[in-house]
Write a protein that binds this ligand. Structure first.
Ligand code: HPA
Length: 283
């Protein structure tokens, strides 16, 4: 795949266009995962831009993803939501997948909240659990697909950014407090998210490998956006909704499928929205 080469001016052009078309100046951006875009519908004073109408913005194709950028307030806090994200498995290169994050940075965003649907690898997790991401394994990065490969523009960040503090400790503490207050603590977990490129779900042998590596949940998104966000100094909170348990047993007849993922998402979407809504208030 030929990598897209974006220049600082490209991100700037998109950001300036958005700044001209809304008076809102959000400090928090939220990337909504598969079936979790409902959060954007809860915003007050909504200003909505379809991706195809935003200069230089990539456009979304996957089922269950609306493909629009929604500005508005949640509990009085201005934020901007991506309703539909770009996945590597759709054929976008890593620079396209992460394009919006640098635009958020140029808009003045300081905190990024990412949500996703993920398969549970940790045997103590239940379907419907919400996992606070405490760390990640960048499997595409192991294979040379890191969004920061190529020329480094110092205006965004340094050549060799630290990733040992990728998921902000203070935000995780706030999330745990909020979960306690909102009655979500019984299904809140904290663990390691592993990204695979997809679009295939994992084989049994692959799931076993990921468990040995120390991953608690597996999905096909999030990590590239987090890497780019940390590069430009955004604080990050990541939340995975465990939509299914991965298959690790050759006698099992269960099969991972997108319909199950979307069904579980529907069941827990309100809890996740409530958690984020009340958390935003504390940031
Ligand atoms: N594997 C990978 N990605 C996923 C899964 C899974 O089991 N569930 C939701 N997204």
């Amino acid at each position: 795949m030929e990598a897209t080469r974006y220049r600082h001016e490209d991100y700037r052009e998109t950001a300036d266009w958005l700044l001209e078309h809304t008076e809102q100046r959000p400090k928090v951006a939220i990337i909504c995962g598969s079936g979790l875009g409902g959060l954007a519908d809860l915003l007050d004073n909504r200003v909505v831009f379809r991706y195809e109408d935003i200069p230089r913005f990539p456009t979304s194709t996957v089922q269950g993803h609306a493909g629009q950028l929604v500005f508005g307030s949640l509990q009085g806090r201005e934020c901007v939501c991506m309703q539909g994200r770009f996945h590597f498995y759709e054929g976008y290169d890593m620079h396209k997948v992460t394009y919006p994050v640098r635009v958020f940075f140029l808009l003045g965003v300081k905190t990024l909240i990412v949500t996703n649907a993920a398969g549970g690898l940790n045997s103590s997790y239940n379907v419907g659990d919400i996992m606070l991401i405490k760390d990640h394994i960048n499997m595409p990065g192991f294979a040379g697909q890191n969004p920061l490969c190529g020329h480094n523009d110092e205006r965004f960040g340094e050549r060799f950014p630290c990733m040992s503090d990728a998921y902000d400790c203070e935000l995780r503490t706030l999330a745990k407090q909020t979960a306690e207050e909102q009655g979500c603590i019984k299904f809140l977990q904290e663990g390691v998210y592993c990204m695979l490129a997809g679009p295939t779900y994992e084989t049994i042998a692959e799931c076993r490998v990921l468990q040995v590596l120390g991953a608690d949940a597996v999905g096909m998104s999030t990590v590239p956006e987090v890497v780019v966000a940390r590069h430009c100094g955004l604080r990050v909170l990541g939340l995975s909704l465990i939509t299914n348990k991965v298959v690790t047993d050759y006698d099992s007849t269960e099969k991972a499928n997108h319909q199950e993922v979307l069904r579980t998402t529907e069941l827990r979407t309100e809890d996740l929205q409530r958690l984020v809504r009340h958390l935003i208030n504390k940031i």
